[in-house]
Design a protein around this ligand. Structure first.
Ligand SMILES: Nc1ncnc2c1ncn2[C@@H]1O[C@H](COP(=O)(O)OP(=O)(O)OP(=O)(O)O)[C@@H](O)[C@H]1O
Length: 276
């Protein structure tokens, strides 16, 4: 197992009372996996990702990368966040933005230039080296953020709703870009999204989370052909079945969190929270 999440729990010390964002999450990713993670809004997806990236310390449980505990941002892991606008430095051009983590890693000038050029070509921005982020569209800025992650040559790429803020057409292009990069580079990807269709379209597996406080509700194998295409795949009847299944699971998770306070099988902490 490349990346192992074991019994992960995160409780925030809120101002009024503690907030149990993630209760008990256990799952793993093997080398070369492309796994999507979906769950109801507020179920702790970002919290989980931050714990996995070593940016937050879990309250209990652990994350292990190559069998070593993650206690800070691990080398070999890159993260792409939703807010591309905030993740790029406006005073640096595209090339320097992409090169920055490589500089910090101590990569020499020539290999650094090559990695930056390759990464920008891979995301279709070979001509944009000298542009500044604010001169680019939202979709292009997110491509730069992806190029920066790719240039770093990570073993693991964590993506937190990276396409939430771009238009539908750009989003479809970026989804295909991710599948292309994944196939070409063999990188292991965990992709967090609240978009069910996106999760089924992209993933080999979809991890469905419950409502907060969060546990893994189901791990679904996406048995669609490996060659995916926006038109063919999305009109495949199996795609429709899978997306309906995930949708039903998420609706059930939401219902349980609002209605289920009398359910004897429900964890005591959740029933308490619903009643408050
Ligand atoms: N710093 C914090 N302090 C206190 N509570 C927090 C903090 N960050 C998140 N939370 C709470 O933890 C829970 C999970 O939040 P998180 O942002 O991880 O969920 P999410 O699934 O990513 O949400 P969304 O789908 O809306 O993006 C929420 O109830 C949120 O209010």
């Amino acid at each position: 197992m490349l990346l192992d999440v074991r019994g992960l729990k995160k409780v925030y010390e809120g101002r009024q009372r503690p907030v149990e964002a993630v209760r008990d999450l256990t799952f793993g990713l093997d080398v070369g996996d492309l796994v999507c993670l979906v769950g109801p809004s507020g179920c702790g997806k970002t919290t989980l990702l931050r714990c996995m990236a070593g940016l937050l310390t879990p309250t209990a449980g652990e994350v292990r990368l190559r069998d070593r505990p993650v206690t800070g941002p691990p080398p070999g892991m890159a993260v792409v966040f939703q807010e591309y606008g905030r993740s790029l430095f406006p005073w640096m051009n595209v090339r320097d933005n992409v090169a920055l983590p490589l500089r910090n890693k101590g990569v020499a000038r020539k290999p650094r230039q090559d990695l930056v050029a390759e990464a920008l070509a891979a995301v279709g921005l070979a001509d944009a080296h000298h542009a500044y982020p604010w001169q680019l569209s939202g979709g292009m800025q997110q491509r730069v953020a992806i190029a920066r992650a790719v240039a770093y040559q990570p073993d693991v790429l964590l993506m937190d709703e990276p396409f939430a803020a771009v238009d539908a057409q750009t989003r479809a292009d970026l989804e295909d870009l991710i599948r292309d990069l994944w196939r070409k580079l063999g990188v292991t990807i965990l992709f967090v999204t609240h978009d069910i269709d996106e999760a089924v379209y992209l993933g080999q597996r979809v991890i469905i989370l419950s409502s907060s406080p969060t546990v893994v509700r189901e791990v679904l194998d996406v048995d669609l052909p490996d060659q995916r295409d926006q038109l063919t795949t999305r009109s495949d009847s199996r795609f429709t079945e899978l997306r309906s299944h995930v949708y039903a699971q998420i609706q059930a998770a939401k219902r349980e969190s609002t209605v289920g306070s009398h359910d004897a099988a429900r964890p005591a902490g959740l029933a308490k929270q619903v009643l408050q």
